[in-house]
Design a protein around this ligand. Structure first.
Ligand code: DQA
Length: 171
């Protein structure tokens, strides 16, 4: 991972693309990663596996390329950064794939920002939160998501892009 320690980590596209407010087209998918996902690879590997977030993003990018799509990625431990990335995607990105981490369960400002986005929103989780602690069964993202992919580990990143490609008519 690169970027400032406390700021959002952005990657992909000249000038940061959708995430940074640059010019991107109807083929750009914004991938949002919430708190603690930057620790993937070493974080509770029995639940989340040993693959790093960078590798998951690479998987998403490679799959997107098969459908003529590109991926902009923003990871942050701060809800406001993710809210702002979703704002910048309005009118620029064609779809959002979001693994909001624990914000999934209480991040109402992220909920509202996703609701303000016009295109498809795919909620993504490595684990199946509904099968874990009771507090993980509530998602504030689900009500504004087109669909949810959960419990398939890293394959979920490929599945989420396939879902987006189908929704955008790139399938
Ligand atoms: C997660 C599930 C969330 O409950 C948790 O807080 C995460 C990761 C997942 O990908 O399985 O950080 O979103």
């Amino acid at each position: 991972m690169s970027g400032p320690v406390s700021g959002p980590v952005r990657s992909g596209g000249a000038g940061g693309g959708a995430a940074a407010g640059g010019e991107v087209g109807a083929t750009c998918v914004l991938l949002l990663s919430g708190p603690n996902l930057g620790l993937l690879g070493g974080r509770q590997p029995e639940i989340y596996g040993t693959t790093t977030l960078d590798d998951h993003v690479e998987t998403a990018r490679a799959e997107a390329a098969r459908y003529g799509l590109s991926v902009e990625h923003v990871q942050s431990n701060h809800e406001g950064d993710l809210v702002e990335a979703a704002h910048r995607a309005r009118g620029r990105a064609a779809a959002i794939v979001v693994n909001a981490g624990a914000l999934t369960h209480y991040g109402w400002s992220l909920h509202d920002a996703l609701a303000a986005f016009d295109g498809p929103v795919v909620e993504l989780h490595l684990s199946n939160p509904g099968g874990r602690e009771p507090w993980r069964s509530t998602s504030v993202v689900t009500p504004v998501a087109t669909g949810v992919i959960a419990g398939f580990g890293g394959a979920g990143y490929r599945l989420a892009i396939q879902a987006v490609a189908g929704l955008l008519g790139h399938g």
